[in-house]
Design a protein. Structure first.
Length: 565
């Protein structure tokens, strides 16, 4: 068993302590910037704290017991953060729900956490929550018809109380402080199978990670952060929302998907964090305007190449960044190298909801460590167990799973390390590489075990591929299921087949005989959150795909590239 230990500790203040400090010291400085159809709405530190106190006063007027769970169902906005701070001030526990969640997931979370009140913000569709609000009867001890709803200040939201009504009262007196050992939030994992698990974080566990992140990345008050990845997810909550409090940084939001590029350009973030699917979309967007062959030619011309790279960074809106990062899933090394030629050095990072996303990162960026999730952050112990599992221990580890002692006991070792479920290795310099998920490993009909993640990473090096799932339980050989990028779908089927067959030959030449792919199956329908083939954090739901497309997977084919319409 190999182990890496990084020593370190931080003096920890609560999020509210930091809010009160900046309210006093930076009262008129802009903290939150929210674009709307009517223009920009800016909240200063003082305005943020005052509005949070008003909401906290209203919440306390309901006389809920201390520790009551209050839900938030909304896309990112300034109001999301203000409500979160209000819930803290009132002594309650926040329960964020992904804005893309379906009615079954929303109903489960509300009943499991027994939330008497939910704040509702901008959503693509209100059908799910409206069906729940109008639902009769009970689920366990939870009565849906007694659920109180409060609308964020945006059009089209049906709720018991409007934002104006809910905030129309004097602010809460004083500066209430939480006990750092109290529960701050329950974050329900997006989960690829089964019901979501409620990850319980105390103020100390989640804020220790946020404060440590701010220190590790050298965040300062002049940094500009962009909040667009779901705040219901641990990374955005810790690295953007909470870290902004410790570093006193300005947060910018987006109005909508259609205004994303405009809003990023307006913000000019100094730190930009994204996920593999979005990095790939950025890449495809560039190549749609400037084909790879022409881009290669221009980048090879010394002065012109620098100008072109700078122009591309500017057009993406991330030319002012000093930190670019990617997480949630592996980013193909070829994609990282492609962006590096443009002067965008993407540091991959790794963490889990269970350890407040605070694990390891390739930061400062090292090109020779591309493909690694990086070196452990200060204060984190990481070890590789005998079965190859990565296990981690730090003050940012969760308290446990809400109302599930059995799963809590199973995820921790006897000496307090978190079982991550990831397989990996640690090199001589302490850099960690993930080689797959223990539960994703499958056995072929020949009795040989295959780890899909490394093969999927090789397939993703072909830029025409947007999504991929390698499977093969009880098949003679593994196969790859994939979805093409939007740009690739415009090309002819023959040219795409030739490209995929070339990839197949190249990849199989690097694999052992039992790992070699028998064929590639191309799906015309994109895997999405809406059709339940992606989690809200854009991870492929492997087991759902294998079950839904079981007949396609098990069928016999003569072609090496199969097209499914």
């Amino acid at each position: 068993m190999s182990t890496v230990v990084a020593e370190g500790s931080q003096q920890l203040n609560s999020p509210l302590s930091m809010l009160y400090r900046w309210e006093k010291e930076k009262s008129n400085h802009t903290y939150l910037q929210q674009p709307t159809s009517g223009g920009l709405v800016n909240y200063s530190w003082a305005e943020t704290a005052t509005l949070a106190r008003k909401i906290a006063a209203k919440l306390k007027s309901y006389n809920y017991p201390k520790g009551t769970c209050i839900a938030i169902l909304a896309k990112n906005s300034a109001e999301w953060l203000i409500v979160d701070y209000a819930i803290m001030m009132a002594g309650y526990v926040s329960v964020p729900i992904f804005a893309t969640a379906g009615k079954d997931t929303i109903a489960y979370v509300l009943s499991h956490a027994n939330c008497p009140l939910i704040f509702i913000g901008k959503l693509d569709s209100y059908e799910a929550i409206e069906s729940i609000v109008n639902k009769e009867g009970e689920q366990g001890e939870f009565a849906f018809n007694k659920l109180q709803t409060v609308a964020f200040p945006y059009d089209g939201i049906k709720a018991d109380m409007s934002w104006v009504e809910f905030t129309n009262l004097p602010p809460l007196d004083g500066n209430p402080q939480p006990d750092m050992n109290d529960i701050m939030t329950i974050i329900y994992t997006s989960g690829s199978t089964g019901q979501p698990k409620g990850v319980v974080h105390t103020y100390h566990s989640i804020c220790w990670g946020a404060n440590a992140f701010a220190n590790a990345l050298g965040m300062i008050d002049k940094d500009r952060l962009m909040s667009y990845l779901p705040l219901a997810h641990i990374t955005e909550r810790v690295l953007i929302e909470l870290a902004s409090l410790y570093a006193c940084t300005c947060l910018h939001f987006v109005e909508s998907l259609d205004t994303f590029t405009r809003d990023v350009k307006s913000c000019q973030p100094t730190m930009f964090i994204s996920v593999p699917r979005l990095w790939t979309k950025f890449q495809m967007g560039v190549l749609a305007k400037l084909p790879q062959e022409k881009l290669n030619f221009l980048l090879h011309i010394p002065l012109l190449g620098k100008f072109i790279a700078k122009k591309i960074r500017h057009e993406l809106g991330i030319g002012s960044a000093r930190v670019w990062a990617s997480g949630s899933a592996p980013l193909a090394p070829a994609t990282i190298e492609w962006f590096a030629r443009l002067g965008i050095n993407i540091s991959e990072g790794w963490g889990m909801t269970e350890n407040a996303a605070y694990g390891a990162a390739n930061f400062p960026y090292r090109p020779d460590k591309i493909g690694a999730i990086g070196k452990v952050f200060e204060g984190v112990d990481i070890r590789i167990a005998e079965d190859g599992e990565i296990q981690t221990k730090s003050p940012s580890n969760m308290l446990g799973y809400y109302k599930d002692q059995e799963k809590t006991s199973g995820v921790f070792t006897n000496d307090g390390f978190l079982r991550t479920g990831d397989k990996g290795a640690i090199d001589a310099e302490g850099y960690v590489r993930i080689t797959g998920r223990l539960k994703d490993i499958f056995k072929t009909a020949k009795g040989k075990y295959v780890t899909p993640a490394p093969i999927e990473a090789k397939i993703m090096e072909n830029p025409i591929v947007e999504q991929v799932c390698v499977t093969g339980t009880n098949l003679a050989q593994p196969i790859a299921l994939l979805v093409l990028s939007e740009e690739a779908k415009l090309e002819s089927q023959d040219s795409i087949s030739q490209s995929l067959e070339a990839s197949l030959d190249k990849i199989n030449a690097t694999l052992e005989s039992h790992q070699r792919l028998d064929r590639i199956i191309v799906f015309s329908e994109t895997w999405s959150i809406e059709n339940d083939l992606l989690t809200p954090t854009l991870k492929v739901k492997r087991h759902v795909i294998e079950e839904r497309f079981s007949n396609i997977i098990k069928a016999s084919y003569h072609e090496r590239v199969v097209w499914i319409n």
